[in-house]
Design a protein around this ligand. Structure first.
Ligand code: AHG
Ligand code: MN
Ligand code: MN
Length: 335
């Protein structure tokens, strides 16, 4: 049997052999993985664990919270609170930042997460996930403020997601390509299933919520119209469409076999740059996709170059197979 490499061993090798990650970061990623294991267990229990349905509350963005949104948030907070590697956390489900209780020395990292992505799919037993991003706490001052989190995605030191589907799979980058680990429930550990994940540069599959078509901007409409025209249109090939409504699951498909994912700005809420969140969704996914050879833009610029101005900032997202993302981005500048 081929040798099984656990996430723990993989991270130790990244630290020791490749010198890519400091031990504090390695331990932090172990804690996040453990939290994802806990969330996976809660997801698996479903109705038997009393975790389905709404919680009857709203988050800071005015979205109705599901019970699992809150449970997943608590699991991540509790797991990381006493780990000693973090200075503070920020979550899609919390209004402000969460300061890790004072200790000396203070943790060096900031953790950001979307605890449960794809909330609309929880009750219907369709894949959902957790997305996370790690930044370094800026040096030069004690304590942490919200401003410390406002770093562009290019400053991330680790990013990943865990998809809770037929398998629970953790996908991770520390800036040296993308690796995938599937949870072995009997052993209780994440096992490496693929290293150096690569997204094909071309694709015949797109993911977008087509019900918003009438609200789209002209460049997005043009791109999708051309895909829909198939062999008879300017692209000269037929396209397939998938839309799971869990970004994690859609991105995981793209990581596995290529494709383009779009949640663009649209005219429903013209004052909002988009639906998805820059810090908890677009930055970690953008970096993972780039690390796998794909591209991620907001139609005008690279996602990772955007300087955030607010913790819960939203953004237009176009990511996946490089040539397709460049094409849509080109359409936005009139190419
Ligand atoms: P979340 O459940 O964390 O709020 O995120 C849901 C996001 C994303 O996962 C998905 O791609 C998109 O919302 C689906 O939106 P529509 O329901 O508008 O298609
Ligand atoms: Mn989400
Ligand atoms: Mn969420």
């Amino acid at each position: 049997m081929a040798q099984r490499i656990s996430l723990t061993r993989y991270l130790v090798e990244q630290q020791r052999v490749d010198g890519l990650i400091p031990s504090q970061l390695r331990l932090l990623l172990e804690v996040v993985a453990r939290a994802c294991k806990g969330i996976s267990q809660a997801v698996n229990k479903g109705a038997l664990g009393g975790v389905l349905g709404t919680a009857g509350s709203e988050n800071v963005q005015g979205e109705v919270q599901k019970k699992l949104d809150i449970i997943a948030n608590e699991v991540l907070i509790e797991a990381n609170e006493w780990g000693g590697h973090l200075a503070a956390m920020a979550s899609e489900e919390m209004d402000g930042i969460y300061l890790v209780p004072n200790r000396y020395p203070q943790g060096e990292y900031l953790l950001l997460f979307d605890p449960l992505d794809g909330s609309s799919n929880i009750d219907v037993n369709v894949s959902i996930g957790t997305i996370f991003s790690v930044l370094k706490k800026p040096e030069g001052h004690p304590g942490v403020t919200e401003d410390d989190f406002l770093q562009p995605g290019s400053k991330q030191v680790a990013a990943g997601y865990c998809v809770y589907g037929p398998q629970t799979t953790l996908v991770l980058t520390v800036g040296d390509g993308v690796a995938m680990f599937t949870l072995d429930r009997e052993q209780g550990s994440f096992v490496l299933i693929e290293e150096n994940v690569r997204i094909p540069e071309d694709t015949k599959e797109f993911a977008i919520n087509m019900s918003n078509m009438r609200h789209w901007d002209a460049p997005v409409k043009r791109y999708i119209d051309e895909c829909l025209a198939g062999t008879e249109g300017p692209r000269g090939k037929d396209f397939n469409m998938r839309w799971i409504a869990s970004m994690v699951a859609d991105v995981h498909r793209i990581m596995t076999r290529g494709g383009i994912f779009m949640y663009p700005w649209d005219k429903r809420e013209p004052n909002k740059p988009g639906k998805l969140r820059l810090m908890y969704e677009a930055n970690p996914m953008g970096w993972l996709v780039e690390q796998a050879g794909g591209a991620a833009t907001n139609g005008r610029q690279r996602i990772l170059d955007i300087q955030p101005t607010q913790l819960h900032e939203r953004v237009s997202v176009i990511l996946g197979s490089k040539n397709e993302v460049e094409r849509v981005t080109g359409y936005h500048s009139g190419i």
